[in-house]
Design a binder for this molecule. Structure first.
Ligand code: HAM
Length: 425
């Protein structure tokens, strides 16, 4: 017997009814982001490897060890996108979107690829829903983006999520702080593990992000960036915090939050959910005022976020799930072979009115019919026997209410429609 082919490690098959929830979450994102003037962008999944090396940064885990990079048939180095911010920036420049009125507001959703050790909440192919605001450097844009993000999460039913916020300052602040932190960790390098030793030379700020418990104690004692911020950075951040307070966004300051990508400056943030366990970051983002310039473009400030959709779905509130993972409302079941066609006709007439119906085309014993309707999760069983068809009627069993009524077929829609539309329960 030949060996069966399995899915690639770290990838998943998303199956119904879960896929219905994915679609519902994405529809919600489109709707809310749209009210803020965001429009969809779809960029290729493959990009030149250089794009990520120059933006995400050579010293990061993503570029250093997680990219799916391969030569094409002509030997050009291509990479499956590990994130989409760099692609959006490239597309912004390549399509001269800066000639349109600023800021440019774009959202995207789709698969990303990182060669990480798979575990709960961490996959090699995962999906993100992201938004990027390109062309404004002021704190009002930071605040608007975070307000939009929290509105979206609230709309999904989340109520206890908290934004963790920090500022990395501008280039001057960061360069100063980098020196200070390099000196501090060099002095205590005997307390650093292998990864942090390496980061000490490539990007010492990343040590602040360590998850190694022994190193956390050292990080607690490290000098704070706060004390090395330029006046402008300080004002930007203070204004953002004031706006978030005034618009009711719940956040906490986390001075050790630096994020795992090199392109950030000023505001950075993450949203975590304790329910996710070790991989608890639901969303990450921040400002990247240098990125477009680093790609050879003009000086254009920007910021954005990306939500890990797989993780979002893993902790999606029950209220949203109940509302959106709706099974077909009714199963139409003919009791004899002669009634099959009448059943199909009834099902079609209901579907035309927007009611979701599945039809049975083989006659079944009552016992298996009830089993099936239960497994499908339908609320109504519409039974068509010889008498019903002759009289143009149908017997409607409501399995929630445990009631039964026989009515003219033309009246069934009137009974089901309000329930399909969630008007009555
Ligand atoms: P990131 O923090 O690398 O940021 O990823 C954002 C989110 O993607 C994470 O918070 C997490 O929920 C999800 N994620 C990352 N890796 C995995 C994985 N292996 N499996 C499942 N989920 C994962 C970015 O990607 C930036 N581009 C965000 C951004 C947009 N910054 C500015 N604009």
């Amino acid at each position: 017997m030949s060996k069966s082919i399995k899915r690639v490690k770290g990838t998943r098959d998303l199956l119904p009814p879960e896929t219905q929830l994915w679609a519902a979450v994405e529809a919600e994102a489109r709707e809310i982001f749209g009210t803020y003037g965001y429009e969809e962008i779809r960029t290729p999944i493959i990009e030149s490897t250089d794009l990520f090396v120059r933006t995400v940064g050579e010293s990061t885990d993503i570029v250093g060890k997680e990219m799916y990079t391969f030569p094409d048939r002509r030997g050009r180095s291509l990479t499956l996108r590990p994130e989409t911010t760099a692609s959006v920036a490239r597309a912004f420049l390549e399509n001269r979107l800066n000639e349109r009125p600023a800021p440019t507001k774009l959202f995207y959703m789709g698969p990303q690829f990182r060669y990480e050790r798979p575990q709960e909440g961490r996959y090699r192919q995962f999906s993100q829903i992201g938004a990027e605001l390109i062309g404004d450097g002021g704190p009002f844009s930071d605040a608007e983006l975070l307000v939009m993000l929290t509105r979206f999460l609230e709309k999904l039913g989340f109520s206890h999520l908290r934004v963790q916020l920090n500022t990395l300052g501008d280039e001057v602040s960061r360069a100063n702080y980098r020196q200070v932190i390099h000196a501090f960790f060099s002095e205590h390098s005997d307390q650093l593990g292998e990864d942090s030793q390496r980061r000490l030379e490539t990007n010492p700020l990343r040590i602040l992000d360590t998850k190694v418990p022994a190193e956390r104690a050292l990080v607690e004692r490290a000098p704070r960036l706060k004390e090395h911020l330029s006046e402008e950075s300080r004002e930007h951040f203070a204004c953002l915090c004031r706006l978030l307070d005034s618009f009711g966004v719940d956040y906490s300051l986390d001075e050790t939050l630096v994020r795992g990508l090199d392109y950030y400056s000023h505001t950075v943030f993450e949203i975590v959910d304790e329910g996710l366990g070790a991989q608890n970051a639901l969303c990450g983002g921040g400002r990247y005022d240098r990125l477009i310039r680093d790609l050879g473009g003009p000086e254009v400030p920007a910021l954005g976020f990306a939500i890990g959709e797989d993780r979002l779905l893993a902790v999606l509130p029950e209220s949203f799930r109940r509302e959106h993972a709706a099974p077909p409302l009714a199963l139409v079941a003919p009791l004899g072979t002669v009634e099959v066609e009448a059943g199909m006709r009834l099902a079609e007439s209901l579907r035309e009115l927007g009611i979701s119906v599945v039809a049975e085309y083989r006659t079944q014993k009552f016992k298996s019919l009830f089993k099936k309707v239960d497994r499908l999760g339908c609320r109504f069983l519409l039974l068509l026997g010889e008498d019903e068809v002759a009289a143009g009627k149908v017997t409607v069993k409501d399995l929630h209410e445990r009631s039964q009524v026989t009515l003219p077929q033309k009246d069934v829609a009137g009974l089901l429609n309000p329930i399909q539309n969630g008007v009555t329960s």
